[in-house]
Write a protein that binds this ligand. Structure first.
Ligand SMILES: [Zn+2]
Length: 182
C-alpha cells in the first residue's frame, strides 16, 4: 500500500521545498518550545500576523511624530505610526505563554512551519535559466492547520513569492499577482 505522504514527498522534492522546523501549537501549550520563544523575541509582528492575533503589547506615543501622527505639512501622515500617533512598545517582549494562550483562543491549534527553498540566480539574457542550490536558500514561517497533502499549495504559493522576489532582484518581469511581497 502506498503511504499517503509518498506523493507529497516527491512533489516537494520536485518543487525544491523543504520543511526545516515544525512547532505543533496544540502540543506546546504546557511549556513553549525554544523555537517558539525565539520567534516571540525575534520577529513578534510576523509571528502574530501568521496566526492573525492582536498585538498584546502596550501602545506608546510614536517618537517620530511626538504622538501627533504628522511629520510636517506637505507630508502630513507619519509613516512610523500610519498617522495614529501610537506605536506598539517594541522594547516590550512578547510573552510566549500568553501568545500561545491567545492562539488557542483564536482556534489556532495547528502548526508553525519553517520552510525553505533555494534562491534562484537568473541569467539576464534568458529569464528561463537560473542557478540554484541548497548552499543559499530562502526561509520563512507559515501557519497551517494540518500537516498533510493540503500543505502543498500553501508551500508552493510561498515558494512562488520567493521566486518572484528573485526575479525582481534580477530586474526580470514578474506576474502582476506577485506584487506587494517583500
Ligand atoms: Zn508617528
Amino acid at each position: 500500500m502506498l503511504h499517503p505522504f509518498r506523493r507529497l514527498s516527491s512533489d516537494l522534492f520536485d518543487a525544491d521545498i523543504v520543511i526545516q522546523k515544525i512547532i505543533w501549537l496544540a502540543a506546546s501549550s504546557a511549556t513553549p518550545v525554544d523555537e517558539f520563544k525565539e520567534l516571540c523575541d525575534g520577529d513578534p509582528e510576523m509571528l502574530l500576523a501568521l496566526m492573525g492575533l492582536e498585538d498584546p503589547r502596550a501602545e506608546i506615543e510614536c517618537e517620530s511624530c511626538d504622538g501627533t501622527g504628522e511629520i510636517h505639512s506637505h507630508n502630513p501622515k507619519c509613516m512610523s505610526c500610519s498617522g495614529t500617533g501610537k506605536v506598539r512598545d517594541e522594547n516590550e517582549a512578547l510573552d510566549a505563554e500568553e501568545v500561545l494562550t491567545s492562539a488557542m483562543h483564536a482556534n489556532k491549534y495547528g502548526f508553525l512551519i519553517q520552510v525553505a527553498t533555494p534562491v534562484r540566480v537568473y541569467e539576464k539574457a534568458d529569464d528561463t535559466i537560473y542557478r540554484s542550490g541548497w548552499g543559499h536558500y530562502h526561509t520563512g514561517w507559515l501557519y497551517v492547520d494540518a500537516l498533510d497533502e493540503t500543505v502543498f499549495p500553501v508551500l508552493t504559493a510561498w515558494a512562488e513569492k520567493m521566486e518572484a522576489s528573485d526575479r525582481r532582484k534580477a530586474g526580470l518581469a514578474i506576474n502582476s499577482d506577485d506584487q506587494g511581497w517583500t
